[in-house]
Design a protein around this ligand. Structure first.
Ligand code: GDP
Length: 365
């Protein structure tokens, strides 16, 4: 259309007509049957079982959604996928920020896909992402090689909710990924606080990435975390850091000797490697697979998964009970009033809690 400014009375000022936009940015893009309509539970299940990663990604979004309708659909999808899940090895990978998790996972992923084939999903548990409104863990941009690998699926941590909520969503995502044919699952978590415990409770092998430091690195690492590890790997064993890493490995080995033998019957191993230069990667994965064979033989593999399933049942109950209490509309005002009384010293915490719970139970009747 001609612009009115092109009228001769607007001398000195002409406006060219714009470039017409193409009917489609990518005319070769195939419009899949899932493209433009609301998927049903069976669409999701069918897509997932066919290994369609677009549908898988959409289903994971549903799992992460807090919308009650989405939650309901998600639960139905999960239930239908459950019989097809479980056929994988699940490895937890933890380390403090800067330990080299993403560099390592990139290398590890490429290694296992090359050596063992199959498909790999990288998930994450990062409760801190609720505050920052965005998770760095499991971020594709940090895993350059894996993110373009056709057999990988990378998903950052769900970012809404409590640690329990975030972890539950990651666990449910594992089920969907397995049903979609992902037979290797990495769960990345940051090595501070409670998130390792959550990660440990959903994996078959828990790998702890450590760095060699000042010689007293053992002081900084909590006993509980070391006890969870099935393998401790010391990263950045390259350049002039090699001696320090080997010294750290010896210290970790000595420290582990002081712990009782884990229920698995497997003594955790300590290895050094370099994620950046790719040294020692094979040894790390030989160890993981040796462990898997070992615990499959002695029955611990299934035992651990059963224990985890039980744990998650109780976790879900806890979570839902808490939500039902704290999100009860009638209780919200009462909670505030009671809290005020406690703060003013007019009631003890115990009495206030008791009265609130009594009120809650009365509301349920
Ligand atoms: P993350 O925070 O645990 O995910 O750690 P990154 O993978 O982002 O690594 C943190 C820094 O350590 C980056 O600058 C990496 O380049 C570096 N880094 C990671 N692995 C190695 C390694 O094996 N050797 C050396 N020298 N540097 C490494």
């Amino acid at each position: 259309m001609e612009h009115p400014e092109n009228d001769p009375s607007y001398a000195g000022l002409t406006v060219n007509s714009g470039v017409e936009s193409a009917p489609s940015v990518n005319p070769y893009l195939k419009k899949g049957r899932f493209a433009h309509r609301q998927l049903t539970v069976s669409d999701y299940v069918e897509g997932i079982l066919k290994g369609n990663v677009t549908v898988l990604g959409q289903a994971v979004t549903l799992v992460e959604s807090t919308h009650p309708d989405h939650q309901k659909t998600a639960q139905e999808v999960i239930e239908k996928c459950l019989p097809y899940s479980g056929n994988s090895i699940r490895v937890g990978i933890s380390g403090v920020p800067g330990a080299g998790k993403s560099t390592s996972i990139d290398e590890f992923g490429i290694h296992v896909l090359k050596e063992y084939g199959g498909r790999l999903a990288v998930l994450a548990i990062d409760p801190s992402s609720e505050r920052t409104k965005g998770s760095i863990l499991g971020d594709k941009t940090r895993m350059e090689k894996l993110s373009v690998h056709p057999d990988s699926f990378i998903r950052p941590s769900p970012s809404a909710g409590s640690l329990g909520g975030v972890a539950r969503k990651t666990r449910e995502t594992i089920i969907l990924c397995e049903a979609a044919g992902f037979d290797k699952i990495f769960v990345e978590t940051v090595g501070v606080g409670q998130s390792e415990t959550a990660c440990h409770s959903m994996v078959d092998f828990f790998l702890l990435i450590q760095l060699a430091g000042t010689g007293d690195e053992l002081q900084g690492i909590k006993r509980g975390i070391m006890e969870m590890a099935d393998g401790i790997i010391i990263n950045k064993c390259d350049g002039n850091n090699v001696d320090k890493c080997q010294l750290a490995a010896t210290q970790f080995r000595n420290a582990l000797h002081l712990f009782p033998m884990p229920d698995s019957g497997w003594s955790p191993q300590v290895l050094t490697y370099s994620g950046f230069y790719g040294y020692g990667i094979k040894e790390v994965w030989d160890m993981v697979y040796k462990y898997i064979d070992f615990v499959k033989d002695n029955g611990y593999f299934q035992h651990r998964r059963n224990e985890q399933a039980k744990f998650w049942m109780y976790e879900s109950i806890n979570e839902q009970l808490k939500n039902s209490f704290f999100q009860h509309p009638t209780l919200a005002d009462m909670l505030q009033a009671e809290e005020k009384m406690v703060l003013e010293g007019r009631k003890t915490s115990f009495v206030a809690a008791h009265q609130l719970l009594d009120a809650y139970f009365a509301l349920l009747h």
